[in-house]
Write a new protein. Structure first.
Length: 242
């Protein structure tokens, strides 16, 4: 890599870190302001629903209250995600077998029959130092997004390798989905940014994943081409213990 491209990459990483810090502070404030009134609202709605059912009000009234409760619970889910984003768990760093974390994440996928998984995992592979559960969470987030990007089916390819010169472990997760518009690629790690339909996600999965990898001393890169698919590359320092 040339000196100029290295400097550009470092600048982008620095900007992303600063943006994440600012958004984390904002998220903490927003979560605090929303959490209490949302809890009260949900309690009152459930109370009204119980009265409506006891009084045998119209099915339309009961259905309306059901929808209101569901949407309020969705707000609570978003607030909970905000809290996790603003106060990320530090976890218990230790040696992590990356290939094992990848395989565990794959077993948790809800794969449609039209999506096939291909693995090309280097063995042996150095361990990395991170929280094992959080690293698996990163892979799960990325793979879930990849599967969602292939509603008509396709191939999910996971590769792991060691870059000896840089002494780091590289994981690449590729899909053959619709790809991300060029104007959106630089925004995929922004909090609440999502190309999914409303109600299909909070837009915090990749943001949280970025923070986890950053705390492990690594970085996350995204390459995408419309109509051909997306590649997410996770790069983490290799541990000297292996």
């Amino acid at each position: 890599m040339s000196k100029r491209s290295t400097e550009d990459s470092s600048t982008q990483q620095g900007l992303q870190v600063a943006k994440m810090a600012a958004m984390s502070k904002l998220a903490a404030g927003v979560a605090h302001e929303i959490n209490n009134p949302c809890g009260v609202l949900l309690m009152k709605l459930k109370f009204l629903l119980s009265i409506a059912e006891e009084e045998r009000l119209s099915s339309r009234a009961i259905a309306t209250l059901d929808v209101a409760i569901q949407q309020t619970e969705r707000i609570e889910t978003i607030v909970e995600s905000l809290v996790h984003f603003s106060r990320p768990l530090q976890g218990m760093p230790g040696p992590v077998d990356v290939n094992e974390a990848i395989r565990a994440a794959i077993t948790q996928l809800q794969l449609p029959a039209t999506v096939t998984v291909r693995q090309n995992l280097a063995d042996p592979l150095p361990v990395v130092v991170a929280d094992p559960a959080q690293i698996q969470q990163v892979f799960t987030h990325i793979m879930d997004n990849a599967v969602d990007a292939m509603p008509d089916g396709g191939h999910l390819t996971i590769l792991s390798r060691r870059e000896v010169d840089a002494d780091q472990v590289v994981i690449e997760i590729d899909d053959t989905g619709s790809g991300i518009p060029v104007d959106f690629v630089d925004r995929v790690f922004d909090p609440f940014f999502t190309t999914k339909a409303v109600g299909s996600g909070t837009g915090l999965g990749l943001t949280i994943s970025y923070g986890i990898i950053q705390r492990a001393g690594g970085r996350v890169e995204v390459e995408s081409e419309r109509g051909k698919g997306t590649r997410v590359r996770v790069i983490v320092p290799a541990s000297a213990s292996r």
